[in-house]
Design a protein around this ligand. Structure first.
Ligand code: FMN
Length: 427
């Protein structure tokens, strides 16, 4: 698949974290923000139903995004910019490698405020061709002991026409936009052929509108009927073939599942590579309730996939294996359980060119994005890299100079997995 390189975004140095005239060091200021969030705001927010909070936060964020002084103040408070963070992936120039993962801003209401918070890009959606109610409530459940969220949205969103309208209504964004495309989960796609048409028409609408710097084809939502339809290589082959016939002029990524054994995962990667997609997003939510990192006792009636810490090492291992197998032939966007700069850096050194998060921001606060970016600059410098690009995949031994030990994460891949998955990996 072919696409045009994008022109670079104007460089924004950020923020209080970067250079502001503060009475104390910027890192200390961010740590104070995080402490205030965790000790005052989060306990209040966590008293309210998570779905209701999410809706209110999106409305509030959308409102702030339309007010220039609010954007300015938030940028000063939260965001961090540095030339070392600029990173071009598949022709797209990202101001930094940290993005918002799909599912938080399903209808493109927040793109005004997200760059001020410090994101280099956001993956909007998942959006579907038709508006979609998703699953009945409860759709979200916090798992504070596990630092995760049980998600059962079922692709609830207002449809591609609304998303396009919202993106067009935005002014100067200062960040890149990915758009995650999924199959409408309203019972209208009765079989594979109808599902392919549904995906295809959704992508066609986005391409016709010229909206989006890249597109992610979400084949791995664990909360829809017939969720395994495109997790079969032959079906995925037909889907990607149909999408390729649209000749997308922006890179296509595929959002991968996390719960497949490597052989089945690899079979999907082969199809992705055969269609010359730009890369993969690793990974979607886990449904594996045997994971010992899930510390809450979940009743069988609590449906959904789990985000956050229980996902982190599962996604790390798949990133590492994908990078080891395909190297630079697939750009990897690493997602799952990023709560710190160290978490993001580990995914980059395992092979991710970009990273994304949602759950870490909900548990740690919005200052986390600036903290991760500032922390990445510190870690890159510590290890003698001058850019993010130089660090990608260096845990696999292509580092230029001997690296200092990296907080216990040298890649014995199986050692990072929960024990019940290690056996599966070494099979
Ligand atoms: C509330 C919520 C909604 C989500 N919705 C989607 C979605 O619509 N499409 C998708 O591809 N992934 C969705 N995800 C999965 C995330 O994009 C991401 O893969 C996962 O949450 C792991 O990242 P995290 O641990 O940083 O949250 C959702 C996650 C959360 C928490």
């Amino acid at each position: 698949m072919y696409y045009r390189p994008s022109p670079p975004l104007p460089y924004s140095p950020g923020s209080a974290l970067a250079a502001g005239p503060l009475p104390f060091p910027p890192a200390m200021f961010a740590a104070l923000q995080g402490w205030l969030y965790r000790s005052i705001l989060r306990p209040l927010l966590f008293r309210v139903d998570p779905d209701a909070i999410h809706i209110s936060m999106v409305r509030f964020g959308s409102l702030l995004g339309h007010v220039a002084p609010a954007r300015w103040a938030i940028r000063r408070l939260f965001s961090y910019g540095h030339p070392m963070l600029r990173h071009t992936v598949r022709g797209i120039a990202f101001p930094n490698p940290v993005g918002l993962a799909a599912g938080f801003d399903k209808n493109a209401q927040l793109a005004g405020i997200l760059p001020a918070v410090g994101f280099g890009y956001a993956e909007l959606g998942s959006v579907t061709l038709r508006p979609c109610e998703g699953n009945p409530p409860p759709r979200l459940r916090r798992l504070p002991l596990s630092k995760g969220i049980l998600v059962h949205y079922g692709l609830r969103n207002k449809g591609v026409a609304r998303l396009i309208g919202n993106v067009r209504g935005m002014r100067d964004r200062g960040m890149r936009l990915g758009i995650s495309v999924a199959r409408t989960n309203d019972g209208g796609c009765r079989d594979e052929a109808e599902s392919i048409v549904d995906y295809r028409e959704c992508l066609r609408a986005l391409l016709a509108a010229g909206v989006g710097d890249y597109y992610t084809i979400n084949i791995s939502c664990p909360n829809v009927c017939d969720k395994a339809m495109f997790l079969r290589p032959d079906s995925l082959d037909r889907l990607l073939g149909a999408l390729a016939s649209l000749h997308p002029r922006a890179p296509l990524f595929v959002k991968m599942p996390v719960d497949l054994p490597w052989e089945e995962f690899h079979a999907l990667l082969r199809v992705v590579v055969a269609h010359r997609c730009a890369g993969v997003v690793i990974a979607n939510l886990t449904k594996d309730r045997e994971n010992p990192l899930i510390r809450e006792a979940l009743p069988a009636s609590a449906e959904g996939g789990i985000s956050g810490k229980p996902l982190a090492s599962l996604s790390d291992v798949l990133i590492a294996q994908t990078y080891e197998t395909y190297g630079d032939r697939l750009a990897i966007i690493g997602v799952g359980g990023i709560f710190s700069a160290e978490d993001a850096y580990r995914k980059i050194r395992l092979g991710a060119s970009l990273v994304q998060l949602i759950t870490g921001m909900i548990y740690e606060g919005p200052q986390l994005i600036g903290q991760i970016n500032a922390g990445l600059v510190r870690l890159l410098r510590r290890d003698g890299f001058s850019s993010v690009a130089e660090a990608v995949g260096t845990m696999h031994g292509k580092a230029r100079a001997p690296l200092p030990p990296f907080s216990g994460n040298h890649i014995t891949v199986s050692a990072t997995l929960p024990s019940h998955r290690q056996a599966a990996l070494t099979k």
